[in-house]
Design a protein around this ligand. Sequence first.
Ligand code: ATP
Length: 887
Amino acid sequence: MKKYFCKTTEESLKDFDVTLNGLTSAKATEIITSVGENILNEKKKKSMFSIFIEQFKDLLVIILIVAAIISAMTGNIESTIVIIAVITLNAILGTVQYVKAKQSLASLKALSAPNAKVIRNGVKIEIASKDVVPGDILSLEAGDLVVADGRILENFSLKVNESSLTGESESVDKFPDVIKANEVALGDQINMVFSSSLVTYGRATVLVTNTGMHTELGKIATLMEETEEKTTPLQVSIDDFSKKLAIGILGICVIVFGLSMYRGTPLLDSLMFAVALAVAAIPEALSSIVTIVLAIGTQSMAKEHAIIKKLKAVEGLGCVSIICSDKTGTLTQNKMTVQKIFVDNKLIDSNNIDSKNVDSNFLLNSSVLCNDSTSIDGAEIGDPTEVAFVNLVHKYSINEIECRNTYPRLSELPFDSDRKLMSTLHVIDGNHIIVTKGALDVLMNRVTSIKTSDGVVTFTESDKTNINKTNRDLSSQGLRVLAFAYKELDEAKDLTLEDEDDYTFLGLISMIDPPREESKEAVADCIKASIKPIMITGDHKITASAIAKEIGILREGDLAVEGLELDKMSADELNYKLQHISVYARVSPEHKIRIVKAWQDKGKIVAMTGDGVNDAPALKQADIGIAMGITGTEVSKDAASMILTDDNFATIVKSVTNGRNIYANIKNSIKFLLSGNMSGILAVLYSSLLALPVPFAAVHLLFINLLTDSLPAIAIGMEKSKKDVLRDKPRDASESILTKDFIKDVSIQGLIIGIFTMISYHIGLATGNHGIAMTMAFSTLCLARLFHGFNCRGKRSIFSLGVFSNKFSWMAFIAGVILVNAVLLIPVLQKLFEITPLSTNQLLQIHLFAFIPTLIIQIFKVIRDAIEDKNEKSQEKNDDKEKNKAA
Ligand code: ATP
């Protein structure tokens, strides 16, 4: 392999037959066909067959296999065949669902794959990292993930964190100079960058030398383990519950078996009782339903602009009670337009600037020079704050490219949100001038003189007061204010942080960044849902407060604090004030971690947004780290558990709603499965206790389980997201899914269905034909469970939820009813499923008895809804009265 660290940049470029203008698209396509995509090989995925076999390793399925064996021993071969067929069918369904869930997660992963900026055909473009090829010219800047190995061609204070390769946690400085040595350790190859490193500062142009498995990373990880998505807490607790349930069921089976034997029931019949009970009680679909509903949920969230990177975030979202959000771009539109400038002690409207005036002209030019963005023919590239300056100078016929060519940039100190400044060094009329822009409060303390129409004069206290007052006035209108200053150097040099001092004040430029239209409603939704929205911004406190007030985050009695004030607060003081602070202004990324931790110490689940290179630790610390898809750095996306593809605060609130709904859907599906099984268990137990003959054959119960555990359960999991869930408080993260209410519902609903199944059974027994009794019990239970699917769609009645709002539940219901009737009426199926033909009257009876439990449950829900609505209305009235009183 060639060693590019000991080659000059020219030699390296020549090796790849490329210039700084990059490859042509045709050449890039040619290269990618010969060397392949820039990806690491993944370990071979599990085969379909091994996934299928895994379905049989479940304890519940093993019990069913034992049941099949017992059936065979009791001479019931047909039953055995059906049990085996059902288990196999279940395993096939399980395999298909598992593969689908995996595919959907893989597609989410692809959506969040990193991009890279490369120069192709002389133009900077963004492409998927997998399309980067050796010979590409890569453009790196702070926040980027390095996606391939490369030789640095141009370097502007680049610092890179290579800890994933070298273990060194500190960022290292990079230089383009040739290293004159033959063997150099990776960590010392300072003119090279390596795949998986993070750019923490500066920028650079890099020639890609190796991609994919040929990179240093590829060499270490010869085979990347398939990144196995860890099971979520809910999946763990459901698996745990299934195991306990299986053991419990076995215990009950043993007792029922013992009881039958004690009564003198023949051994085989007693065994059949126990088997029937086991089959009735085991909810085979329990763990797979969680995986499926999570997969369906994350897919629909992706369509609504939220890409889930870590599956456990979906559950976490439902528990979120604090949302800490950036201001710029998330709560606001990030469409900046300059409103006013302040120069030579005068405030001037952006439409009335005299661009011939020396001071104004200098300020306008400075705003394009100390600026990395472009706005050509409506195509805006770069930071919206900087784009606003370029658009401003266009109004006065200043050409950004000409200006930058006339006053070339010699050196720079890039913007970073900790320093809140950016500086560039230029040759202006033969002089070496540093132009700096940034936060006024940071710059103000470094100013010693001021440029006025009378020339440069000493900066006085009255200048300071005047500028501060102007800044306050502008900020209180919600405007973002940036200050400009400059300084002359004796000679050209590489800028260092020490140079950012002893300035001449030039002026202020203020711009408007209106709140997003949907922010206000989203904030109101948060408050309704007992979630506290908090604004955390690098911007000025007054600007932030004005916007926060407008959208409802900063309310009567709330506090806005600055990073500096936060620094002075003790842990106790912060803990005391925390509840009341709604705006944190002028914060640096370290403050974000402190805020998250303080809330977590209070036991709250915190969602936090971040976009910058330094936001990664806070995003990791938060329970739900949220990165910005459009403006966010690759580093922040890497650290986040969720990415917003539209950078919008309203999407976070929508995701919380979705998170709550997905959890509710899972819970409802489980409720459906358990209450249905409960009715089966109660029916069998009842018959056993009353020494009645077995009410169901094992095949009956298997048929019921197969029919109801699949489609109807999934249909419940697909219930559409409802804003209704915002009326509830966030879920307690430590709360088990099996709450008292949940167990109560499962038991009562199971009991009602069980009772009507047994009424049907008794009517059948009264005919003196056990076959008819069994058929009636089976069909009533099966149909009742299909009806019951509608009860489990949500907490409220079907009329509140919308009778036809979930078309899947209707499809599952209709398919189910057709299948049950097919088994009841078609002779071949009758034989296979041990069905005795029923009279028309009996057929009507079973449909009626199956419907009554749902009727009862719905009547109860309608009454409960009415009471809840009434209480809510009177609560609202009381709140209004309180408000009026307070007013
Ligand atoms: P948020 O944190 O809500 O996204 P923000 O964009 O104001 O808001 P930062 O990007 O951290 O946060 O900016 C902090 C401050 O730094 C700004 O208020 C501004 O004064 C200054 N600033 C922002 N962008 C630039 C820039 N490109 N050059 C120089 N200074 C900047």
